[in-house]
Ligand binder design. Structure first.
Ligand code: SF4
Length: 361
């Protein structure tokens, strides 16, 4: 059986089992684009960190391949930060964002595992408030990160991969790998960075590994596990096995009487436009959220007036209220005069409703 990719190992177990048994993959186009965008952005993000002073080893074609057993897993961490070659203080934009625990590791000459994740605006905001915890998608990264750390810290695992380079790095630094991992999050909508220092957690790693091992045993016995979600989870929207998932099947059955399937070129055109509309709607919401965030900061810290930042003129300006008819008052007067306020009903109209389907191909 092929090893499970570490980045997939906190996925729904039915999805992982399908990958193991080689079920046909029906990739969703928007998922492919998302993945490609993430792959293109990650080296650029690392380049930014390097330019700001963080020295990252094992990137590009030097990327490490880590292997874990029981069950067999393989993964490629984004890099390891070399404390000796990093140039501190880092660029001012970065210095203040980095967690204290990370600074301490570098002061003590400990190499630090780096993981980079690109996020949409909603996930990024969650990450800034609460880290990976409690988010239906981000929480899955925790296991990936813990697995990389575990593979690199466990001497038994080190024998499984053929590169001695990491040991050289530890030997040069004179210290073992730091006990925490630096997670760098990048907001694809606003180009912002945020960081979290994640402590290694062997118990958590063992718990998920146990669940995976159990799943592998089912597969070896010729069975597929039950789906982990009800078909509406974020993970299901992009799942390449949604087309054969019993949870999604149930949802589609329930939806069967609602609406008519459109096929052919017309379906493709409407689908493309729906996708573009959905993205535009998300961006519009993100724009509104940002505007509110700027307003809150200006109101709290600056007050009324125009202020200049390196790139913008921002200002809190007062706007006179608009004059409108006071309907409550008018109703009171109309009652007193026994006068009926004339009303008219507008023409009925149609409006478009675009809602995402779950588990579509
Ligand atoms: S659609 Fe959802 S529940 Fe079904 S296999 Fe995929 S991730 Fe699991």
């Amino acid at each position: 059986m092929d090893p499970i990719r570490i980045s997939y190992s906190a996925d729904c177990r039915l999805k992982t089992a399908h990958r193991l048994v080689g079920t046909e993959v029906v990739e969703i186009r928007r998922n492919r684009i998302k993945m490609k965008r993430g792959t293109v952005l990650e080296p650029i993000i690392i380049e930014e960190l390097v330019e700001a002073g963080i020295h990252v080893e094992f990137i590009g074609d030097q990327q490490l391949e880590l292997v874990c057993n029981e069950p067999g897993r393989v993964g490629h961490p984004d890099g390891i930060i070399d404390p000796a070659l990093s140039q501190r203080p880092f660029a001012p934009w970065l210095e203040d964002l980095l967690p204290d625990a990370f600074h301490k590791d570098l002061e003590h000459n400990r190499p630090v595992l780096l993981e980079v994740k690109t996020m949409n605006d909603g996930s990024f905001k969650h990450f800034k408030r609460k880290g990976l915890e409690g988010h239906p998608w981000l929480s899955r990264y925790e296991y990936q990160i813990q697995s990389y750390h575990h593979c690199l810290s466990d001497p038994a695992m080190l024998e499984l991969w053929d590169s001695g380079d990491f040991k050289d790095l530890e030997a040069n630094a004179g210290q073992k790998l730091a006990d925490g991992i630096l997670l760098c999050a990048f907001n694809k909508a606003t180009d912002e960075f945020a960081f979290q220092y994640i402590k290694s957690d062997k118990k958590f790693f063992d718990h998920i590994s146990g669940q995976l091992q159990e799943m592998v045993e089912w597969v070896e016995a010729g069975q597929l596990p039950a789906p982990d979600h009800d078909g509406r989870h974020m993970e299901c929207q992009d799942c390449p096995f949604a087309y054969c998932c019993p949870a999604v099947e149930q949802l589609l059955e329930a939806e069967e009487d609602e609406g008519q399937e459109v096929e052919g070129t017309l379906a493709d055109t409407v689908d493309e436009l729906g996708m573009a509309y959905d993205q535009a709607r998300t961006m519009e919401k993100e724009g509104k959220d940002r505007k509110t965030a700027v307003k809150e900061i200006v109101e709290t810290d600056l007050g009324i007036g125009i202020f200049k930042t390196p790139n913008f003129r921002v200002g809190l300006v007062s706007v006179n209220g608009r004059e409108t008819v006071d309907m409550d008052e008018l109703k009171v007067i109309a009652d007193e005069l026994d006068f009926k306020i004339p009303k008219k009903t507008g023409k009925s109209f149609t409006q478009i409703s675009v809602l995402q389907r779950y588990g579509v191909k």
